[in-house]
Design a protein around this ligand. Structure first.
Ligand SMILES: Cc1cc2nc3c(=O)[nH]c(=O)nc-3n(C[C@H](O)[C@H](O)[C@H](O)COP(=O)(O)OP(=O)(O)OC[C@H]3O[C@@H](n4cnc5c(N)ncnc54)[C@H](O)[C@@H]3O)c2cc1C
Length: 480
């Protein structure tokens, strides 16, 4: 341990008693996220109250120790991995929140689990729409730091659209308040929006004020089967959006994904239509009759180009439709022990072209490329499945992912729509941004974190996930 780290440890022990975890199990649990790369931190600081964050950062800043903030550690990009060791600042115990039905705002500490906030809002007839699939364990702080999306973004937007104000601490431990829980605020630069999606690299959020909506009274859910990807995207997704439908969910599953789910289940996921491309659709609203009529209109529109459809008769049938989506995600591991899970976005009318490119990629590299995602947003989770102990697979996956990213940018898209850059996409950051754009972002980082202690090693530094010596495949990864 170097002298600065030793001094910092002594200060942490003295100023934050009961918050310091040095045992191997605690440090290991804070060493990785869903990218499944591990680096042991020197210490975990598990805060009990927001003020602990300021104290910890002041000490880290004084001695130049790196700090990686952590919510649930479910990041898909390695953004929560402490690649420079140092301190992991664990905010998961900051779990208080309250809901004001008059202002329709929630005051939420960073460690609150997304689904807990949603359930509490629903109990009051209110609705917090951002719904990453990880919502049963991801935290609001992590959602804000990654600007998390989910299935309902088409109608309701992403996390950013619900953040009214943020509180927290800057790199040197000074407190900040970016906005207030008010309906209007026009003072100064909009630092709130700069912090949303900043992946823990500009400051640490301890509390957020979040906007809530009225809870939709009814939901209509359907699964529609198509012969192939192009038909589903062109005559399904594009046609219904052009016709003015605004589904709350519009999910796409390609045939590779569906076949994986069918292998796992041992039967077609859409009875009578094995190996179809699927669209999973939800409409919602306040008026049951209007929503049902809208559903009938939607089916009338899609029926001529589809193979078949199934409308859920009740909530449990709707749940079994969403189960199909979850099964696809898990069953892909039949195609390889490792999943590169991308979250690219292309313009809506370029999705079929992207699908053609993923199928071509599958031919070129000989690895499966099952793809599903939020087709109403143009946000597709393209996966490349490979075996991580097979050097040939690794080389091909690496080649494939770069080709994919190049295609996405060439189609006018973005390399990430909801997971962020972290480590996993840092090697492609310069495909997306010009040197001047990157220099501007680095200047902001330098101004707010002059010693570079907050989540170092991410975004701006190309990271070779495949060659990383710390990769350990035998660890008991728990995600989920
Ligand atoms: C099965 C699964 C499904 C997923 N589905 C989706 C999905 O549908 N949509 C989606 O958008 N994402 C999804 N994700 C990715 C991930 O869950 C989200 O990015 C989530 O927002 C991360 O929250 P977390 O609490 O786990 O954050 P962590 O993983 O702990 O941290 C993520 C990043 O945020 C920073 N951070 C965390 N808390 C704070 C804070 N309080 N202040 C400042 N920085 C902070 C960390 O330093 C890190 O850079 C999924 C992940 C899994 C494992």
């Amino acid at each position: 341990m170097n002298a600065d780290l030793e001094s910092a440890m002594q200060c942490l022990q003295a100023e934050l008693p009961g918050r310091i975890l040095l045992d191997e199990d605690s440090r290991f649990a804070a060493s990785y996220d869903n990218l499944r790369i591990s680096r042991m931190p020197d210490v975990v600081v598990r805060v009990h109250e927001a003020a602990d964050v300021g104290r910890c950062l002041a000490i880290a800043h004084q001695y130049g120790i790196s700090v990686t903030t952590r919510g649930a550690g479910s990041s898909a990009t390695g953004s929560a991995v402490p690649v420079y060791a140092g301190i992991v600042l664990d905010l998961s115990a900051l779990g208080d929140f309250s809901i004001d039905v008059t202002t329709r705002m929630a005051s939420v500490e960073a460690g609150v689990v997304t689904a807990d906030l949603q359930a509490a809002a629903e109990a009051k007839g209110l609705f917090y729409p951002p719904d990453p699939s990880s919502k049963s364990y991801s935290t609001i702080g992590g959602n804000i730091a990654c600007n998390a999306g989910g299935m309902r973004c088409l109608k309701y937007g992403v996390t950013r659209d619900y953040v009214v104000a943020l509180e927290g601490f800057l790199a040197d431990g000074s407190p900040f308040r970016w906005g207030l829980p008010l309906r209007k605020y026009a003072s100064g630069f909009n630092m709130r929006d700069l912090f949303i999606g900043s992946e823990g690299m500009l400051g640490v959020v301890t509390k957020a004020y979040l906007r809530l909506l009225s809870l939709p009274a009814v939901r209509w859910t359907a699964m529609v089967a198509f012969a192939d990807e192009e038909t589903a995207l062109e005559t399904g997704v594009l046609r219904l959006l052009k016709a003015g439908f605004a589904p709350s969910i519009l999910e796409f599953l390609d045939r590779q994904s569906v076949v994986c789910a069918e292998m796992r289940k041992g039967q077609p996921v859409f009875p009578g239509q094995p190996g179809s491309t699927l669209l999973l659709i939800e409409l919602d609203g306040m008026d049951a009759q209007k929503v049902a009529q809208r559903g009938r209109d939607l089916i009338t529109l899609l029926q001529p180009s589809s193979r078949s459809y199934h409308v859920a008769a009740n909530a449990s049938e709707a749940e079994s439709i969403w189960q199909v989506r979850r099964t696809c995600s898990q069953s892909m591991f039949a195609l390889g022990d490792t999943k590169l899970n991308e979250d690219v976005v292309v313009p809506l009318d370029k999705q079929s072209e992207l699908l053609r490119k993923t199928l071509q990629l599958r031919e070129d590299i000989g690895l499966a490329t099952p793809t599903f995602g939020h087709a109403g947003d143009g946000n597709l989770h393209v996966h490349i499945m490979y075996n991580r102990n097979d050097a040939d697979h690794v080389a091909k996956a690496k080649l494939g992912i770069r080709q994919l990213m190049q295609s996405v940018v060439a189609l006018g898209g973005v390399i990430t729509g909801e997971h962020g850059i972290g480590l996993a996409k840092s090697s492609y950051f310069d495909l997306q941004h010009s040197p001047a754009e990157i220099a501007s972002m680095q200047a902001v980082k330098k101004a707010l974190d002059p010693k570079g202690i907050l989540n170092p090693g991410k975004m701006f530094i190309p990271f070779e996930v495949w060659n990383e010596a710390t990769l350990n495949v035998s660890m008991p990864w728990d995600h989920r």
